[in-house]
Write a protein that binds this ligand. Structure first.
Ligand code: KG4
Ligand code: ZN
Length: 373
């Protein structure tokens, strides 16, 4: 089954053709990052206008690159939630019109499901073709979300942990701004942190019970630590701080923040695995899954059998027992970590084979926020 997929939820205009959920026949992404680097963040109206200019050429190129015409396409899939309303509108309107004109079934896909299903796409970087085994935990780390999701099988999502305030990607972006680094903050922090000492500054871990996250305190802790380091009062606006920091201090702050953020994610994931000893795989999803340090730390933590405490386990008899789990950890290929349409094609396929019905192209709506389950 060949699916033409469209993604426009934030600042990437993307279209792809994906066969049977895993095989990438084409993948076109036009990013607006250069526009928003200048502003230090996404401006929704400009994003919508840029999508409008790019969408038809991007869809056309996805078909041309795949060497296909509309007759070869079995279905159309599009992101309809969550995201920026103006951005979502351009992608969904395009998909609705094409579905009506070409008489193809239309599937509306949740953006976070797509990020998770990026882990099923075929890889060309290392040729590894193992697919994630169920049950699994998805660690969703993006610009708008930070969640741990339990999946019993395809298209079954149970949120077991979520952020109570900022998302992890948002936190990278805000800390980057404090340090005077460009948007998007994730890659900029990683590059800056390379020359830094991750132990230079002690940053706090949030005290949040259960599997929930909190990142707004970490952002404020960086702000206060920078103000203190520069000998400035806490009333100093964050946009002034970059002028008081040396390159060395910026690198040390970037490294200390990145390490702490990864530690926080991994601590919660370990706690979640402790409660779910039946889990066979962990899939990492969303823009922050591109982070190399997160990948290295996760692989080190989980490879060779994870030893956890089954103190709050589903298996009630296991209380307090230490066990070893063989867990395989999956990351999307780097080009599929950020927003793209191939992942939308993958998610739609696994929805279809799970029995999800097509949506009505005349009535499909968009929504800025919808929970995955
Ligand atoms: O998934 P995504 O492309 O868009 C959303 O659905 O939100 O995620 C974007 C987020 C941004 O906050 C960006 O700073 C972050 O992902 N990001 C990274 C890295 N690359 C992108 N964060 C940490 N390390 C990276 N290498
Ligand atoms: Zn995304």
């Amino acid at each position: 089954m060949k699916i033409l997929a469209i993604e426009s939820s934030c600042d990437e205009t993307a279209a792809a053709v994906v066969e049977d959920g895993v095989k990438i026949l084409s993948n076109v992404v036009v990013s607006q990052i250069d526009i928003f680097a200048e502003y230090g963040g996404v401006i929704p109206e400009i994003a919508a206008r840029s999508h409008l200019e790019a969408i038809l050429p991007v869809v056309q190129k996805a078909l041309t690159d795949a060497n296909l015409t509309k007759e070869d396409i079995d279905a159309i899939a599009v992101t309809h939630t969550p995201g920026l309303l103006g951005s979502l509108l351009i992608g969904t309107l395009t998909a609705r019109v094409l579905a009506i004109l070409w008489q193809k079934p239309l599937y509306a896909v949740h953006h976070l499901k797509s990020h998770i299903y990026a882990n099923w796409l075929e890889r060309i970087d290392d040729g590894v073709r193992d697919l994630p085994a169920f049950p699994l935990l998805a660690l969703v780390v993006s610009g708008g979300h930070t969640q741990i999701i339990y999946m019993q099988s395809h298209n079954q999502f149970e949120i077991i942990g979520t952020t109570r305030d900022d998302a992890i990607g948002e936190c990278f972006d805000k800390v980057a701004k404090i340090l005077g680094l460009p948007y998007p903050g994730g890659p900029a922090i990683t590059a800056c942190a390379k020359k830094g000492d991750a132990d230079a500054y002690k940053l706090p871990h949030p005290q949040v019970s259960g599997l929930d996250f909190s990142f707004s305190g970490l952002k404020t802790a960086v702000l206060r630590a920078v103000q203190a380091e520069c000998g400035l009062p806490i009333t100093t606006p964050s946009y002034e701080l970059k002028n008081h920091l040396s390159a060395r201090q910026k690198a040390d702050f970037a490294a200390s923040f990145q390490k702490t953020a990864c530690d926080i994610l991994i601590d919660k994931l370990k706690q979640a695995l402790g409660q779910h000893s039946e889990v066979k795989s962990v899939v990492v999803a969303g823009g922050v899954s591109a982070n190399q340090q997160l990948r290295e730390m996760l692989t080190t933590t989980l490879s060779g059998g994870f030893k956890g405490e089954a103190n709050e386990g589903r298996r009630s008899g296991d209380s307090g027992v230490t066990f070893a789990q063989d867990i395989q950890v999956f990351y999307p290929e780097l080009r599929f970590a950020g927003d793209n349409a191939a992942m939308v094609g993958a998610a739609a396929y696994f929805e279809i084979i799970s029995g999800v019905q097509p949506t009505d192209p005349y009535t499909l709506n968009i929504a800025p926020r919808t929970p995955i389950a």
